[in-house]
Design a protein around this ligand. Structure first.
Ligand code: IMP
Ligand code: MG
Length: 182
């Protein structure tokens, strides 16, 4: 047990469950893209772990790209606007773009981002999220490829953080409320 695990109340989704579902999602993507090339855009930093597992399981050709948008700071609810800290480096005009995100919560970040990226005229734009918190949604947005629906609890691990910590955990877990109420 690594020291940060003392802050975890319980494991919500195990390493095995994640691996199984990511494989299924890759198969869903294969069926959709049918061998066409896709720009896979990893939304930094939370989606890094998911992205690196996913890219090794899809069969269509991919280009990697990375984008960083600010959402939270150290709180646990969305700010309502998305600020671009690092933009894509690939020109997406006429291309298939698949955004790879860790979690869809209020939907504020992704709906602002999709609006912006659509104006660059990609051939197709789709959203893939490992986790989904439907009960928290403010914007009318759904992920085209979605891993797990989860309850309204703050989760960390497999890339997701609280105040930049816990990203290294191999599973998705719930943080003890005492951690963020400090
Ligand atoms: P939204 O704009 O409210 O949909 O926020 C989405 C972003 O908030 C995600 O990309 C995450 O970075 C962050 N986020 C939302 N819920 C959680 C959570 O339970 N744990 C960690 N990060 C979260
Ligand atoms: Mg994020």
């Amino acid at each position: 047990m690594i020291s940060i695990e003392k802050d975890i109340e319980r494991v919500l989704i195990s390493e095995t469950e994640i691996a199984k579902r990511v494989k299924e999602m890759a198969a869903e993507m294969d069926a959709y893209y049918k061998g066409e090339e896709v720009v896979l855009a990893c939304i930094l930093k939370g989606a890094v772990t998911f992205f690196s597992d996913l890219v090794r399981l899809v069969s269509f050709p991919v280009q990697f790209d990375f984008m960083c948008v600010s959402s939270y700071g150290s709180g646990t609810s969305s700010s309502g606007s998305a600020k671009i800290l690092k933009d894509l480096s690939v020109d997406i005009t006429g291309k298939n773009l698949l955004l790879v995100e860790d979690i869809l919560d209020s939907g504020n970040t992704m709906s602002a981002l999709i609006k912006l990226l659509s104006s660059r005229n990609p051939k197709d734009i789709k959203l893939c999220c490992l986790l989904n918190k439907p009960s928290r949604r403010v914007q009318p947005i759904t992920a085209d490829f979605s891993g797990f629906d989860i309850p309204d609890e703050f989760v960390v691990g497999y890339g997701l953080d609280y105040d930049e910590r816990y990203r290294q955990l191999p599973y998705v877990g719930v943080v003890k409320p005492s951690v963020y109420k400090k």
